[in-house]
Each structure stands twice: as structure tokens, then as C-alpha cells.
Design a protein around this ligand. Structure first.
Ligand code: GDP
Ligand code: MG
Length: 177
């Protein structure tokens, strides 16, 4: 998970957004520390976590911001979005409402963030297939229409979490290079 003494070539700020309880903090915990907690209420809201990784021989420090309880509509402040070059728009595949709110989050994001921001739509909790309420096809179609990347993840099983971050970070990397 990164040698702290290495020199940093890039710092990319990425924001996590989406309804409460979709798994944003656990996705971040999985990516930044390879941890997962079923009772994440105990986690204290920190502003962001970082992890340094290597992309095409350059060291990239990913600075990932978590909303820490600001998920109420329009409660996320513009400071949160400031300087973000990537965004992960998360819903819960078992809660239809969290997917239905995605257009709002996207509007808010587009209203606050840089217009070249790289966005990935994430359907989290893919381990709960038997409780699925959002068909993969619906999300895929929405993402395609809006020009977003799309993946289903499980923070619990560590499925596609790394891939989701790599998708965003590599795309940002390619834009700045
Ligand atoms: P946040 O409010 O979006 O930050 O959501 P949290 O990360 O706090 O997660 C909310 C709840 O969902 C917690 O009980 C987590 O343990 C659980 N959770 C998060 N990700 C997953 C996942 O991939 N699968 C399952 N089954 N539960 C998850
Ligand atoms: Mg959280």
C-alpha cells in the first residue's frame, strides 16, 4: 500500500457521493486500508484518506474524500467538490431509491465540480445478489447515456473496488498526460 518515502508525481482528489448507507465509507476503507466493517457507525468521519499507487511508472497519490454524514440532499458543500478531478457516484443495488437519487447527485456534482471531472457510477453490495433491486442493465444504460464509467462492487468481498478506483485514476492520468 505504498512506500511513504517515495516521491509523488501527482495528487488526484476524488470524491465519494451518494445516499447514506450505500457503502461509501466501506469502499474507501477497502481501498485505502484493505479493511471492512459491518458496523461502520463506529468509524469516525475523517475528511479524506490517501493511498499512493503507481500508474505507468509514475506515483499517484489518490486523495479520496468521504462525505462523513453530509448525504442529505444539497448538504454537501462546494468545498467538498473543490479541486476534485474524479467522482464516485455510489448506490446500493438492494435499494432502488438510492439508484433513483443518482440523477440528483449527478446534477449536484455537475453544478459544483470541474466540467472535465471523471465520474464512475458504482452499484455497491453486489454480494447481496438475492436482494437485488436494481438490474445491472438499468444502471449500465443510465451510465452510457450520461457518459459515466460503471461497475458493480462489493466492499465486503473486495470485488471490483480496486478496479473502480483504477478506472477513475487511470482515466484522470491519461487526461493530464
Ligand atoms: P455510507 O453511509 O455510504 O458511508 O455507508 P457505510 O460504508 O457506512 O455502509 C453502510 C452499511 O452497509 C454498513 O453496515 C456496511 O457494513 C454495509 N456495507 C457497505 N458495503 C457493503 C457491501 O459491499 N456489502 C454488504 N453486504 N454490506 C456493505
Ligand atoms: Mg459514510
Amino acid at each position: 500500500y505504498g512506500d511513504p518515502s517515495q516521491k509523488i508525481d501527482y495528487v488526484f482528489k476524488v470524491v465519494l457521493i451518494g445516499d447514506s448507507a450505500v457503502g461509501k465509507s466501506q469502499i474507501l476503507a477497502r481501498f485505502a486500508r484493505n479493511e471492512f466493517s459491518l458496523d461502520s457507525k463506529a468509524t469516525i468521519g475523517v475528511e479524506f484518506q490517501t493511498r499512493t499507487l503507481v500508474i505507468e511508472h509514475k506515483s499517484v497519490k489518490a486523495q479520496i474524500w468521504d462525505t462523513a454524514g453530509q448525504e442529505r440532499y444539497r448538504a454537501v458543500t462546494s468545498a467538498y467538490y473543490r479541486g476534485a478531478v474524479g467522482a464516485m457516484l455510489v448506490y446500493d443495488i438492494t435499494k432502488r431509491q438510492t439508484f433513483d437519487h443518482i440523477p440528483r447527485w449527478l446534477d449536484e456534482l455537475r453544478g459544483h465540480a470541474d466540467k472535465n471531472i471523471v465520474i464512475i457510477l458504482i452499484g455497491n453490495k453486489s454480494d447481496l445478489e438475492n436482494q437485488r433491486a436494481v438490474p445491472t442493465e438499468d444502471a449500465k444504460e443510465f451510465a452510457q447515456k450520461e457518459g459515466l464509467f460503471f461497475l458493480e462492487t462489493s466492499a465486503l468481498e473486495a470485488t471490483n473496488v480496486e478496479a473502480a478506483f483504477l478506472t477513475v485514476l487511470t482515466e484522470i492520468f491519461n487526461i493530464v498526460n
